[in-house]
Each structure stands twice: as C-alpha cells, then as structure tokens.
Design a protein around this ligand. Structure first.
Ligand code: ATP
Length: 494
C-alpha cells in the first residue's frame, strides 16, 4: 500500500531519520511516541505535505511525488491535528468538500452517488442530525467528527489521522474507533493514526510503531507494548502492563508519584475485627490488593472490608451475590471495597492468628465446618456438593506480591488447609477417604503491596513457610472449635 525506504526529512532544526516502514492494505497502524518525537512530521512526509530529503515514499508502487493532488486525494485522506475552516459552511457542505476528487465536469454538481457517500459518512460519525447547522457553532468534539466525515467521504484507500480522539469524550472516542475498525474491515480501509493513549492503541491497532527523537525505533504487533523497559525508555515513565480481562491485548497502569511506597501503619496495627451472630468483619485502615474466590468481590481487586456472613445450614438462593451485596449495604459497608463470603459455621468459632517473619507480617482468619468434607480425587454427585459447609480462609500479608506470588499464596494456603484436614483425619462421608477440603471453600489472599516485590510465596520462601504454617494452625484450631461446639466425637468426625 505505502512503502517508506530510508526516509529522512522535516524542518531545519528537526528531522525524522532513516524511516523504513511498509503499511499493509487494510491494517490499522498506530504511531506512538512522546511529544516532539516527530510523529506529525512523519505523517506530513507520508501525506506529501513535506518532501523527503532522502529516501523514497511509494504509494501503490508509484513514488508519492509523481501523484497529482486530485489523483492523490482519491487514494488518501487526512484528518490533521488542527483543521481550519475559514468559510461559514454548514456541516453538510464541509462533508461534501470530501467528494471533490471524485467529481467531474465544470460545475462540480453532487451526483446521487456523492449524496449517498456523504450521508453514509455523516451517519457513521453521528453528525447527520447537525447537517444544516453552521460548522463554526459546533463544539470541538463535534467539529472533529464532522472533519472525519469529510475525510471518509473522500472514500480513501488510506486514511491518516493525527490524534483523532482529541476533544472527544469517552463515548465518542469509543464510537469513533469502533467505526474506524468497521470501515477498516468492510472497506479494506488502511488506517494510519497518531495516538497518544497507549491503552487505546493496544485495543485498536493491528500493528504499531514507537518513535523517539526522530527515529522509528520499533514496529510490531500490540504485544510490543508489554515490554515495560522499552516503554520506559521511550516515554521516561514506568508503566505496568496488565492483561485485558476479555481480550489478548495489554492495558497499562500508571502509579502517581505520591502514591508510590507511601508510609502507613503496620498491617497488624491497622485493622479492627468485630463479630456478631451474623457477621465476622475485618476492616483495614488501608485497602489491600486481593485475590479471592469469594461470593462478593471475587477475582483480583482492592478491598479494605472483609466480611464473612453467617447463613443457615440449608441456605439456598439463586443469587447469593445479590444477597451478600444487600447485607453489605444494610451494614453501610462500602460494597465496591468489600469482599464477602458466607458460612454456616458459628462465627464465634473463628480463629485469628498473627505472625511476624521479617520482612513480612501475616494475619490469618479461618472459619471451618467439615459437614461437607470432600476428597477432591473422588467422583461425586455434584448436587450433594452444593450445600454450605465451608472452610473460609483469609490471609493478610504486609508485603508486595506479584500476581505470580498471589497464585503461589493461594496454592500454599490450600496445601496447608488440606494438611490440617489430613492431620485431623477428616473424612469424606460419601467415600470414607481422607478429605482435601469442603465443597464450597473460599480463600482470600490480601497484601498491602508495600516494600520490595516478592515473586514467590511457596514453601521455599520465608513468606510461603510462614503463610503455610499459619493457615495450617488456624485451620486445625478452627476445625477443633467447630467439633467442640457440635460435641462431635472422634468416631463421628467427617
Ligand atoms: N512547522 C514547523 N517548523 C519548524 N519546526 C517544526 C514545525 N513543526 C514541528 N516542528 C518541530 O519538529 C519537532 C517534532 O515535531 P512533531 O510535531 O513532528 O512532533 P510530534 O511527535 O508529532 O509531537 P506531539 O506529540 O507533541 O504532537 C518539534 O521539535 C517541533 O518543534
């Protein structure tokens, strides 16, 4: 489609240098880079506004310089950063200007085909309802969409956009990019867009290029952005690449300077526990990063309120999540910062153990019932496994865990729980074999994310050992309390 070979050019004091790039037909290519890195200069070279001092730019195999302006406008259109419209045109008249390369004859009347394309472009950019309004009276974002409609009305093969989502609110940014993707697919439109938002680029681009100091440093697919060191080298900012929850695309987090490594009281001095018949509640002064399979707040999140609600033994509800949410609201606990579990166990029988193992502080809170103890290796009828008879394990860590360490911590806590069940010879009633857990267990691992990053939390680490021993002890004690309350004899245990 377009090929740049060893292209250099620009201004007296600034030039882009030695650019090699091939744009593929029908792709969405995003150009990223810090302010002043030369993105707009490169775009001006690619659109023929500036001429290369060295190298060659070809469009469909022919040097760009050989195209006449109308011939070029049939193939490429440009939505620049600042478009000035000097006359008092209506929206429709502005969009109609996009048709000029396709018009014939002396008077440039709009044909039926021109009218169809103009309407299609206005509808795609959601400006059709302003068609009779003067362009100058529109807002910045509305003007941007009208100018995009004009660029689309040109029916280009290649569309250049310089920060197209400037001025646009969230909805219109999303609509515009979705619409571009749609035109890219349905009309094999090639899109070359300068973007500032790397999250947007990661979501919409097929390939992207990173510019720095006039050089196109690298071109690749969006996974290139996962290279945090490279992004830091280009932008001088440390970003944290995360996986998008539904798509195989990276998304980026920034940490404001004042939030980094903020001092706050120690974990063990920074929480309050209250317990009544219905709720076991731990409230922390500062939110913790959480990995959990709780009824409310499952997955990875941040939370400061950890709740274990008591339910009757035969509690049955089609939507336990909405129940827990309602109970949180009834207690005025902020639902968006809460983790909620449920148990049929008497909450008075919770076990709380603290441990300090430098540099970590740990706190484990366990409630345990073994009425539905299960040996995971056996084949069970699923219906019988759905009753509440649960071991709920919460572990709080003053430490900075990577996502891998969170997974490791879940593993360690699970192994420790299984070992406690084995020590107490808890049996699966259905099979008579040793139980490995109960049918509806929950685990919560929460960390303050302060201090040096910890990549592991398995048995070969200080953290893993402390965590495993703490959960083992807490689970043992919680099961023993549960048995004492029920007056269960060892022969009946299971
Ligand atoms: N018309 C011009 N005449 C002279 N120098 C210019 C001109 N336009 C831009 N420059 C200079 O060229 C350099 C690169 O500018 P350019 O606009 O290409 O950067 P950019 O990467 O698009 O930046 P931004 O993200 O801020 O839009 C800058 O130092 C700028 O001052």
């Amino acid at each position: 489609m377009m090929e740049l070979r060893q292209v250099s050019g620009g201004y007296e004091a600034f030039k882009v240098k030695q650019i090699n790039l091939t744009l593929r037909k029908g792709e969405f290519f995003a150009l990223l880079g810090p302010n002043g890195s030369g993105k707009s200069t490169l775009l001006k070279l690619m659109t023929g506004v500036l001429s290369p001092e060295q190298g060659e730019i070809c469009l469909n195999g022919t040097p760009l310089a050989r195209y006449g302006s109308v011939q070029k406008a049939k193939l490429i259109s440009v939505l620049g950063q600042e478009e000035h419209v000097s006359f008092d045109f209506t929206v429709e008249e502005i969009v109609a200007l996009g048709r000029y390369p396709h018009q014939h004859g002396l008077f440039n009347w709009l044909s039926a085909e021109d009218e169809r394309v103009i309407t299609e472009a206005m509808e795609a950019t959601h400006v059709a309802h302003y068609r009779k309004q003067p362009f100058r009276l529109l807002s910045g974002g509305e003007k941007q969409r009208v100018l995009l409609a004009k660029a689309l009305a040109q029916e280009p093969q290649l569309l250049f956009l310089d920060e197209p989502t400037n001025h646009l609110d969230l909805k219109h940014t999303f609509n515009l990019l979705n619409m571009l993707k749609e035109w890219q697919r349905s009309k094999a439109l090639t899109v070359f867009a300068i973007l500032h938002d790397i999250n947007v680029a990661a979501l919409y681009a097929d390939r992207l290029g990173l510019m720095k100091d006039g050089y196109l440093q690298v071109v690749n697919d969006v996974h290139l952005l996962k290279d945090e060191d490279r992004i830091e080298d280009i932008y001088r900012v440390r970003v944290n690449a995360q996986a998008h929850p539904q798509l195989d695309k990276p998304q980026f987090m920034l940490t404001p300077k004042e939030e980094q490594g903020q001092a706050s009281p120690s974990l063990l001095a920074g929480y309050r526990l209250t317990q009544d018949e219905k709720l076991l509640y731990l409230c922390f002064d500062h939110p913790l990063k959480v990995m959990a399979n709780s009824v409310w707040g499952s997955g990875i999140s941040w939370a400061a309120h950890f709740c274990n609600f008591h339910v009757p033994k035969h509690y049955n509800c089609s939507n336990p999540e909405s129940d827990v949410k309602r109970w949180l609201e009834e207690r005025s606990i902020p639902v968006q910062q809460a983790i909620g579990m449920m148990t049929a166990v008497d909450l008075e029988d919770y076990v709380l153990l603290e441990r300090e193992e430098a540099p970590f502080q740990l706190l484990a809170v366990v409630t345990a019932g073994t009425g539905n103890a299960v040996d995971i290796s056996q084949n069970h009828d699923l219906q019988t496994l759905r009753q509440i008879g649960t071991i709920n394990t919460m572990v709080f860590i003053d430490g900075h865990l990577t996502d891998g360490a969170f997974v490791n911590a879940v593993m360690t806590a699970t192994e420790a729980k299984a070992k406690a069940l084995a020590t107490l010879q808890v049996k699966d009633k259905a099979t008579g074999t040793l139980a490995t857990g109960t049918s509806t267990d929950s685990v919560v691992i929460a960390a303050t994310q302060r201090g040096k990053k910890t990549p592991y939390a398995g048995s070969a680490t200080v953290l893993g050992k402390a965590l495993g021993q703490l959960v083992y002890q807490a689970t043992l004690q919680a099961i023993q309390k549960y048995w004492r309350r029920l007056g269960v004899t060892s022969a009946e245990r299971g």
